[in-house]
Design a protein around this ligand. Sequence first.
Ligand code: LMR
Length: 393
Amino acid sequence: MFEHLKPLPADALLKLIEEHRSDPRTDKVDLGVGVYKNVRSETPVLDIVKRVERELLESQQSKAYLGTAGRALFNSRMQELVFGDTADDTRLLTVQAPGGSGALRLGAELIMQANSNAKAWVPDETWANHTPLLNSAGLTLAKYPYYDGKSHTLLIDQMLDGLRKIPSTDIVVLHACCHNPTGVDPSEDEWRAIVDVLAERKLVPMFDTAYLGFAQDITADAFAIRYAAEVLDELIVTASCSKNFGLYRERVGALSLLAKDSTARDVLASQASMAARTLYSMPPDHGAAVVARILSDDTLRQQWDKERDEMRDRLSDMRSLLSTALENKSTGHSFAHLTRSKGMFCYLGISAQQVARLKQDFGIYMADSSRINVAGITSENVGYLADSIVSVL
Ligand code: LMR
């Protein structure tokens, strides 16, 4: 039965984890997959997560099923986190999903149920997994202009023009903050203009948000979603707790839907329930239980805010460190854009051949597009990194 199947290439990003792991060089540097790393290049379990996990271990009385929508407290706390207190709760629905990817897939299933002819428009440069993930649910994808690779800036006018040409009722995928891979986000005024075009054209946004709190703070980073929830009739949000809670392997995510009214919301709840049941039945609970507890207690929440702010500040410091180290080399090649970008990623702005040489000759790992995870930079490796990058320019 299976003998006709052909082997598929490994996922280009995930392959970097294994390649870096098996590289014996001691000065190797991992700027590949998007996981946070501290000054010792470790991806630690947050202190607040450890504390709540210990508490859970003692207090949890049952592991019985919770249902297709997961943990109710997690869903309401995530909804508050993402939408604040201004959105109309009677039109909002949030269900737990297995990570941000599971939320995207669940959202795509609902889009297909509602309109199997809808296209999903993604920014021209987007997370590498958006295309295969949304395609696998049956959605057709297209691109709208987003990023200028020469100036490393947002193509706001072209983006707005592109959005104006999209057929009404299509889906527009947007990164709410810390755009992956470019780190280039619209300003608040630009977001208003984008959302106003969506309203004018009757387009439904699907905000993917995996980095809330990594650009500025939760309120500022959720600005686009909250503004869209005020202005639009319908929207979709997929949220991940992998990065900002450091819960990567626990697969914690949420799908939120804003419907036209409470009746439509209830219909969506039943559709989401059936879609989850047929895809994975129920989401995993452990990480969601941790998040629900942290977001339900002021003291725990403050400690999370503090640890998240520390991660955000380190990402920003490491961008500046590498940018300065490279600018000091006076190569004639500008790296000033590194400090303008937000979150975990930006493009270095070098060719795929130069990326390959960095890997082969220096043990420096990054995506072929030259996207770097700035969390992989440390004050110890920055000199080596800058020298190596300059030597391949
Ligand atoms: C990334 O873009 O590196 C992360 O979101 C991890 C992943 O699953 O691709």
